[in-house]
Design a protein around this ligand. Sequence first.
Ligand code: GCO
Ligand code: MG
Length: 413
Amino acid sequence: MTITRVDVIITCPGRNFVTVKITTKDGLVGYGDATLNGRELAVASYLRDHLAPLLRERDESRIEDIWQYLYRGSYWRRGPVTMAAIAAVDMALWDIKAKRAQMPLYELLGGASRKGVRAYVHASGWDYEALKVAVEGYRTQGFTAVRVQTGVPGLGQIYGIAPAKAGEKYNYEPAKPAVNSLGEPCPVEEEWDSRAYLNFVPEIFDNLRRDFGSSLALLHDAHHRLTPIEAARLGKELEPYDLFWLEDATPGEDQEAFRLIRSHTTTPLATGEVFNTVFDYRTLISERLIDYVRSSVTHAGGITGIKKILSFAEIYGVKSGIHGPTDVSPVGMAAALHLDMTIHNFGIQEFMPHSEETLSVFRTSYTVADGYLHPGDTPGLGVDLDEELAAASPYTPAYLPTNRLEDGTVHDW
Ligand code: GCO
Ligand code: MG
């Protein structure tokens, strides 16, 4: 019952991932996802240089104590880097505990509360016709919930639009670096115009409801780019289209801003993929300003961390909508699915299928069928990492894009 090794594995099978591997004295191995898109090396250093030395010879069964030791003991707490590092250690320890108990993690967390985990997928297109093909593609695969994003006339590449052909199996990967004048990787710069976007989006939903009817759950991500009053306008104008949720309508750290949005619209609201502790949500949840919590297991302190958030949310009738893009690794996705199976206030699970290249390194047990995911019944999280293949794909510098307005002002991406 002792930790003997803590390894940090950085690999890039199609995109960068950071994984923690914890090994116990009797040879049990647990994995945790520590991937922070565009800042992977900061988390890897936090783990290698600051946490790993503190974990060796510790009793791996004391998960809550280790979580509190890493959270409070570091003095400097919260934030995406710290909480991703703690998350990875936490996931690995839960993986080990469930393997030692010889049961899938969801059984250890309280057993199944549902038959499976309803997923939503990402459909996008440069224009409505391309989006329609993508939505149709997913609907024929049996998905009942689809996030929809399109280009905006007059704008170039913007958030959420897969440059690949519409309807392709894999979703778009935003962390594609540009190269600066020195030949060094740097963020791509996209251009944004909220007014053009606001004047265009309602028509897209009008078309979608005309073509796909009322039963298909439609989600949309405004990705932090609107002011509170713009978000209120969009929520109000989308009410006739009965969205499942409007995500990140305005930057979520301005929690009180959601009071303004809420006072204008009944469109359900989701936020929090960039949040990493329950304190980021305190006003949002206690005043019921949102309907769904978006943090991922990977970015919110692991199983232990996100359970604190979702238990708080359950009291106020706020549900989960755990973040599941391709930049959360299959380990982080598996952890989400085990939680999704057991918590009462489950809402929906984001699912961007990883590429074959990624899945060749991360061998998963979770399954998807008829729009539902299931974590599988392999003991632990149910993910194995092929370290030889991982080593063959070294880290590749990559950054998320940045946004500028027409006059050059930096804007939320
Ligand atoms: C989502 C998110 C992603 C993020 C990406 C950042 O709703 O899935 O907004 O698209 O932009 O995960 O790394
Ligand atoms: Mg989002």
